[in-house]
Design a protein around this ligand. Structure first.
Ligand code: ATP
Ligand code: MG
Length: 366
């Protein structure tokens, strides 16, 4: 990944511009963590970048980041900038392209996100980000109070980085969060959700949740049940959202919505029960089991021991049933299927064609 990134940098510097990798990739590289995408900062303008990378795209003209894909890696290339005048505690109203990287670093959120790497792989650490990495601490670039007022999303980013990296929040950050947390109401639920998702999917989630609770953010984020999450050993973000029970205010996609609904239904069932496992599957029952503090091994074992896992596993088809009963298709087929499904699941009927046929004749042939 690094070699490809250095090549991308070189393509820019070969055109006599300055360019550095910055942010998450350098931070994670120094910590020995794998990154997903790479942020590059440069004095080339988006227009100039588009001339260098002909197949690049500019998803957001206002923000001026150019996206380049190389070998399946996504590069977000942003021109050195100064952001002036923030609106709604979130977006700068005006940005000014500049030629100086130091000023660009000053507009960034946290010191650990300002470390740069040049096209030789050399680290440029103008604000001593490595020191914060060593001390495992999140500090803002400049005054925390101003940073959070400018862009309130940074509050959640601070907690997200602290959670994922297992870092402490600087005292100034903690004070500034307490003073500005009410501004979180100005942030869209989509933004809040995507940061919370990153916190909830971290193996270190309980630390992040404790931070949110200690700072009183459960109230501001309208997740009053957050405390409950600490009482259970949960391994998925969807499990956390099921406990939080906020589908009426936070946006969930169709798949998430269905999962949350199913988990809530499965919570009311015995999750080693064959019918519960058959109906909702292993994943949903495991999440529900986790929420209830049940042994997941038992749930998995019960699932593996199911006689059938779906309708297609039943050793008889509709044609055969119609033939035995000498009847045209109709609603009765569904009732019979439900019946034999239940009988097989509870091991009162073998999943063998002959046996099933006999059962159907005995019970349904008139
Ligand atoms: P990751 O990609 O792992 O989520 P990241 O630090 O790379 O973490 P990005 O959202 O990719 O975060 O942003 C890249 C860099 O841009 C950050 O490291 C930071 O320097 C800067 N940045 C991003 N969002 C903000 C923000 N809201 N305020 C100030 N600087 C920001
Ligand atoms: Mg990034």
């Amino acid at each position: 990944m690094l070699d490809i990134a250095l090549k991308v940098l070189k393509e820019i510097t070969d055109h006599s511009y300055k360019a550095y990798i910055v942010g998450g990739f350098v931070r994670d590289y120094l910590l020995g963590i794998k990154s997903k995408d790479i942020d590059i900062t440069t004095n080339a303008t988006p227009k100039q970048l588009k001339e260098i990378f002909l197949d690049s795209c500019l998803p957001n003209e206002d923000y001026g980041s150019v996206i380049v894909e190389k070998n399946g890696i996504r590069f977000e290339i942003t021109t050195f900038r100064k952001e002036v005048l923030y609106d709604d505690n979130r977006r700068p109203v005006e940005i000014k392209y500049i030629d100086d990287i130091h000023t660009d670093l000053l507009r960034r959120d946290f010191i650990i996100n300002t470390i740069c790497m040049d096209n030789e792989g050399e680290i440029f650490d103008l604000l001593d980000g490595r020191l914060d990495l060593e001390n495992k601490i999140i500090r803002t670039v400049g005054n925390a109070f101003d940073k959070f007022r400018e862009d309130v999303l940074r509050i959640l980013r601070a907690i997200r980085f602290a959670t994922i990296l297992d870092f402490k929040l600087d005292k100034e950050i903690i004070d500034a969060i307490c003073e500005n947390k009410h501004l979180l109401k100005n942030l869209s639920y989509q933004r809040k959700k995507s940061e919370l998702d990153k916190i909830f999917t971290s193996p270190n989630r309980n630390y992040g949740i404790q931070l949110l609770l200690d700072l009183g953010l459960d109230n501001e984020l309208e997740i009053p049940d957050l405390k409950k999450v600490l009482d259970v050993d949960i391994t998925s973000s969807i499990g956390v959202w099921s406990i939080l029970n906020v589908t009426n205010i936070y946006p969930f996609n169709k798949n998430e919505m269905e999962l949350i609904e199913d988990i809530n239904k499965a919570l009311l069932l015995n999750n080693t029960d064959p019918m519960a496992l058959y109906k909702f599957g292993l994943y949903v029952n495991s999440v529900a089991g986790e929420i209830k503090g049940k042994d997941i091994k038992n749930i998995t074992e019960s699932y593996n021991n199911l006689m059938i896992k779906s309708k297609s596993d039943i050793n008889i088809d509709s044609e055969s049933i119609m033939a035995i009963l000498d009847k045209a298709p109709g609603k009765y087929l569904k009732d019979i299927y439900n019946d034999i499904e239940r009988e097989i699941l509870y091991r009162r009927l073998k999943n063998e064609k002959k046996e099933i046929e006999n059962y159907i004749i005995k019970k349904y042939y008139v």
